[in-house]
Ligand binder design. Structure first.
Ligand code: LLP
Length: 422
């Protein structure tokens, strides 16, 4: 069941018409469906309900605290990559014991915050980071639970900018250095070795790279145990792809992914940790926007809309495809036009789609970008001094603005003209 669907010719988010949100909150705006977050989290977590597993939602995909609170209520944990994300997760009610801390560049301050909170585990990505963590934990009289993020040298991921598991990527401990790293960690007084971690990429559309990774890590876990290390957890990361549209490749369903993972890890005797981001939030949100002008140049038909690359950067950054749909159903004998859908930002890259077939549209018509709940609002900026795009969470017939649109004054408040210029 889709929670963004037409009723009497109008698109709704659950039981709220999108036109109502556009009227009351303005556009552009991200609109999320609580029921979809819940369903996607459950589809994923239910697959692992019969094994020892922690689902730690990857906060970077959509980090609004209302979204995190929705997931925390269902028992979801969090994968964070900064002190900011850690505070978000804790504020939203995710227990520290369900928080894992990933990222290649954790600072001493961030380590302190996480140790103070008592998080589950640090996914350590380098030896300098290991030494820094040992030092910080020592100062605090604590022991830091760690897994090494190991780079399995497996290629995966839809786009080179989001592929992370190859030897040439900046992530993790090199495959052939892993055992040395564990030996060093075991010798440090304020480090407690607990597990192994990987994350090989994002929007992965086949099971094969996951299967190869699990095989390799399974063998590594065996060797580490033989060397005397206690390995209690295996964090498989995130990365499972989602459908972006009928003309896009359909990635494996979470149930197929789950069956493969359970099969491949059977007998390993570890707690499994997962860090899904896109899978949970991607299809839970749309970006709602309004046509400013329909401009026909003789060569192209442009729809100039009030959302831009600063609000949804995925098409500009990764050539990503998002389904675009008019909020008013076009009726049966509508006239279809091929549009270049563009934003008002002064760059040619501010193009969401070229030659996209849509019903004929005009100024003030509303449209949505589907599958915008992951890496949409979270990657938005204020480029061109366009106020940060707001977010709305729908729950049945209710909705709430969960991130406000700042005013121009709000934006300028954070800036200053130095005394010497006044
Ligand atoms: N764990 C780690 C350590 C990660 O770096 C990521 C994503 C995830 C989990 C979650 O991956 P997911 O399940 O969402 O694929 N901005 C890009 C995606 C960047 C992914 C970065 N890391 C996009 O819009 O496609």
């Amino acid at each position: 069941m889709r929670h963004f669907d037409f009723r009497n010719g109008e698109m709704y988010a659950e039981d709220v018409p999108l036109s109502q949100i556009a009227r009351e909150v303005g556009t552009p705006v991200y609109v999320y469906s609580s029921a979809t977050f819940e369903r996607h989290y459950k589809v994923f977590s239910d697959v692992f309900s019969d094994v020892d597993a922690l689902v730690a939602y990857s906060v970077k995909a959509n980090s609004n605290i209302a979204v995190l609170a929705t997931l925390a209520k269902l028992g979801c944990g969090a994968d964070v990559v900064s002190g900011g994300e850690l505070v978000r997760a804790l504020t939203a009610g995710v227990p520290a014991s369900k928080i894992v801390f990933s990222g290649v560049g954790k600072t001493a301050e961030e380590m302190r915050m996480a140790l103070k909170a008592g998080i589950r585990i640090f996914n350590v990505e380098s030896l300098p980071e290991l030494h820094a963590l040992n030092a910080v934990a020592g100062e605090m009289g604590k022991s830091a639970p760690i897994a090494f993020r190991v780079n399995p040298d497996v290629s995966a991921g839809g786009h080179e900018k989001i592929s992370t598991g190859k030897a040439e990527n900046k992530f993790g401990i090199a495959w052939h250095k892993a055992e040395e790293a564990y030996a060093l960690a075991a010798s440090l007084p304020h480090i407690s070795v607990e597990g192994v971690d990987v994350h090989i990429g994002s929007q992965i559309d086949s099971l094969d790279p996951f299967a190869r990774t699990i095989d390799k890590i399974g063998e590594l876990i065996g060797r580490l145990r033989q060397a005397g290390h206690t390995i209690k957890s295996f964090d498989i990361g995130g990365g499972l792809g989602i459908p972006y549209g009928d003309n896009q490749k359909i990635p494996p369903h979470p149930s197929e992914y789950g069956a493969m993972v359970k099969d491949a890890t059977r007998g390993l005797d570890v707690e499994l940790i997962f860090e899904p981001g896109r899978m949970v939030s991607g299809n839970s949100g749309v970006l709602l926007s309004k046509v400013i002008y329909a401009k026909e140049t003789g060569t192209r038909n442009f729809l100039i809309i009030d959302a831009a690359m600063n609000d949804l950067i995925r098409p500009a950054l990764y050539d990503a495809y998002h389904d675009i749909e008019a909020v008013t159903a076009p009726g049966s004998n509508f006239e279809e036009t091929e549009y270049d859908v563009v934003g008002p930002v002064c760059e040619t890259g501010d193009t969401f789609a070229r030659g996209r077939a849509l019903p004929r549209m005009q100024a003030d018509d509303l449209l949505v970008f589907h599958t915008a709940g992951a890496y949409g609002a979270a990657q938005a900026s204020q480029y061109n001094t366009r106020p940060l795009v707001p977010e709305v969470l729908v729950n049945g017939e209710r909705y709430e603005v969960i991130r406000e649109r700042p005013s121009i004054e709000d934006i300028l408040k954070t800036e200053k003209i130095p005394d010497w210029l006044s």
